[in-house]
Each structure stands twice: as structure tokens, then as C-alpha cells.
Design a binder for this molecule. Structure first.
Ligand code: ADP
Ligand code: MG
Length: 322
């Protein structure tokens, strides 16, 4: 049903940045090694993601817009061992319910690709086309058919900032992937494939080369790797507090506090530490099966993790101070 579709879509896609996240994650899942993100007006007018991933057959391309058409869960057990980012089969259906979507995709082995245009969940056209290997999806006029939602969006600049945040979060988890990002024709980022340290330097500036201090700790329940930024380069906002668990960005005030307390006395109370920390935990010890747009994660052992994290960061600071 049309209205139910739109309501469900608004749950998954709250703003251009959420569509950006879903599209880029699909490209990653498709094994892309190069991903281009192009937006106009902070994504309100256009969001386009072009990848060189596996592409889709004509049939899969059509199917991809059906709700719960995921190619990523074969058994219920898979839910507990999520390898891929997408697991709900809702993103494309949702986007297609509330925007003008053009999909162009080609399997590497095929001569011709498929182009499909969808508006408000209705397939408007489908035809074979010349196409590059991989997939290009354009999402135009997000929320065109839900004026209340469209009016609720922030300014172009506000939406652009949200898109930029999503872009950086994915780029920081996949340094091996070549990413570019354009907004209104301007190149914002061109991030060549790299290691993590170099990816951070490419994304945040050459001076990060000398600001990053490695963090590394492994225990039975939890391991952390990544970098903290030296305390003298603490930020005046919370904009570079990056935490990832099993390659997903998440927010966690409790764990932020663990890190902040490791920096105690080294950072003024008006400043915030900057960090890029990657946790690995057994998939059975966290709850990720929450709402797709949520960035909170529940840890089974969060007290232990707090303590290990705090001491790992302290140790990193100690080493750099010697
Ligand atoms: P999910 O990612 O949860 O499976 P989506 O709605 O995001 O659901 O995508 C539906 C399906 O469309 C995916 O399972 C995948 O098979 C296909 N698909 C989507 N985007 C791409 C892409 N960029 N490259 C290849 N296949 C894709
Ligand atoms: Mg997906």
C-alpha cells in the first residue's frame, strides 16, 4: 500500500545523508573498489552514487526495489553473523518510494546493462543500455511526494554537513576503497586507496601525519586499534570522535568518557579529544539489529570494555610522551 510504503520509507530515510549511507554501503557490499558520491544542494536535489562493484542482472535490478528483497540473508542464523552492512532489504525500496530514482547497472560478464527509472515506487521505464561495469544510482528530489518531510529538512548547508559526515564515516572504515565526493560541482574529497593512517591524513590534512598516535590492545572480549590525536591538538567541538565497532560507526557517551578520562589533565575542559578507534568484538556480544538509522550499539561487556579502552588510550599517550 502506497501510504504505508511512504511511512516506512520515512523511517529508513530521514534525510539525504541516510540515503547516502545506504547507497554507499550497498556499493561496499557489492565489492566496489571505487565509489563516487555526487550531490547537489546537500543531497536535496540530487544524490548519485557510482560504483565499480559486481552490478546486477536485469532481474535483480528490478527486484532490488521490492521491499525485503535482500540478497544478503540466506538463513535466520545469518542475522547473528552479519558480514554485510545491509540486512533488511529496505533501503532501495524506501528511497524509491519517496524520490525519482534512476538505476543503471551492468554485470561485468554482460555486454549490455539495465536502466530502470522509478518514481514513488512505480517503475516508469526499464530498458537495456550501454553501461559501465557496476552500478550507478541517482536519487532526485527526495521527499518530493511528502511535502511535510521535505519542508522539515534543514538548509542545503545543514544537509550537506550531514552528508559529509556519513561520507567520512564510511571512508574511514574502507581506506582500501577509492572515494570521491562532489557537491554542486565542487570536488570536496578525492581519497585514493590507502592504509588507515594515510586515509586519515588525506581526509583531514597533512598535519595529521605527525598528530596521530597508534592505539592497540587485544583481549579475549574486545580488541581496539586505530589512532588518537595528540592532546595538544584537541578540538573545540566533538567533530572528530570516531568510534567503530566491527566496521560500523557508532556513538557512545560512556566510551567517549573512557577516552576523555584517559586524557585527564592534558586537555582543557573546553576542548574535546579527537580519535579514530576501531573495535572488534564477537558479533554475538553486541546488539546491532536495531533500527537501521540508529548509531547506538549495546555491548554485553561494556564495563570491561570501558576499562580496557581507557588503559589502552593511557598507554598510547604514555608512549608518545616518552
Ligand atoms: P540490502 O542492502 O539490505 O540487501 P537494499 O534495499 O539496500 O537492501 O538493496 C537491495 C538489493 O539490491 C541488495 O541486496 C543487492 O542485491 C542489490 N543492490 C543494491 N545496491 C547495489 C549495488 N550498488 N551493487 C550491486 N547490487 C546492489
Ligand atoms: Mg542496503
Amino acid at each position: 500500500n502506497h501510504i504505508a510504503n511512504q511511512i516506512a520509507a520515512g523511517e529508513v530515510v530521514q534525510r539525504p545523508a541516510s540515503a547516502v549511507k545506504e547507497l554507499i554501503e550497498n556499493s561496499i557490499d557489492a565489492g566496489a573498489t571505487a565509489i563516487d558520491l555526487i550531490v547537489k544542494d546537500g543531497g536535496k536535489t540530487l544524490i548519485q552514487v557510482i560504483d565499480n562493484g559486481c552490478g546486477m542482472s536485469e532481474n535483480d535490478a528490478r527486484m532490488s526495489f521490492e521491499r525485503h528483497a535482500t540478497s544478503k540473508i540466506a538463513t535466520a542464523d545469518d542475522l547473528f553473523h552479519l558480514q554485510t552492512k545491509g540486512f533488511r532489504g529496505e533501503a532501495l525500496a524506501s528511497v524509491a518510494a519517496i524520490a525519482h530514482v534512476e538505476l543503471k547497472t551492468k554485470l561485468h560478464a554482460e555486454e549490455l546493462g539495465t536502466q530502470i527509472c522509478v518514481e514513488g515506487s512505480k517503475i516508469k521505464s526499464q530498458e537495456p543500455v550501454q553501461a559501465n561495469n557496476g552500478t550507478s544510482i541517482s536519487v532526485k528530489n527526495l521527499f518530493y511526494n511528502i511535502p511535510a518531510r521535505r519542508n522539515f529538512l534543514g538548509s542545503n548547508i545543514t544537509e550537506y554537513k550531514h552528508v559529509l559526515n556519513e561520507f567520512l564515516r564510511v571512508a574511514l572504515v574502507h581506506p582500501e576503497v577509492h572515494f570521491t565526493f562532489h557537491n554542486n560541482g565542487d570536488e570536496i574529497y578525492n581519497l585514493p586507496p590507502a592504509g588507515l593512517r594515510q586515509r586519515i591524513v588525506h581526509a583531514f590534512g597533512k598535519n595529521y601525519n605527525s598528530r596521530l598516535v597508534p592505539v592497540q590492545e587485544t583481549t579475549d572480549i574486545f580488541s581496539v586499534t586505530g589512532f588518537i590525536v595528540k592532546p595538544e591538538f584537541a578540538r573545540s567541538s566533538r567533530d572528530q570522535m570516531y568510534l567503530f565497532v566491527n566496521n560500523r560507526f557508532f556513538k557512545d557517551k560512556y566510551l567517549n568518557h573512557a577516552i576523555q578520562s584517559a586524557f585527564e589533565g592534558m586537555i582543557s575542559s573546553k576542548k574535546y579529544p579527537a580519535y579514530f578507534l576501531y573495535f572488534t568484538v564477537p558479533t554475538t556480544s553486541i546488539d546491532v539489529n536495531v533500527h537501521p538509522t540508529k548509531t547506538e550499539i549495546k555491548f554485553e561487556n561494556n564495563k570491561e570494555i570501558y576499562a580496557i579502552l581507557r588503559s589502552a588510550v593511557k598507554q598510547a599517550i604514555g608512549q608518545y610522551n616518552i
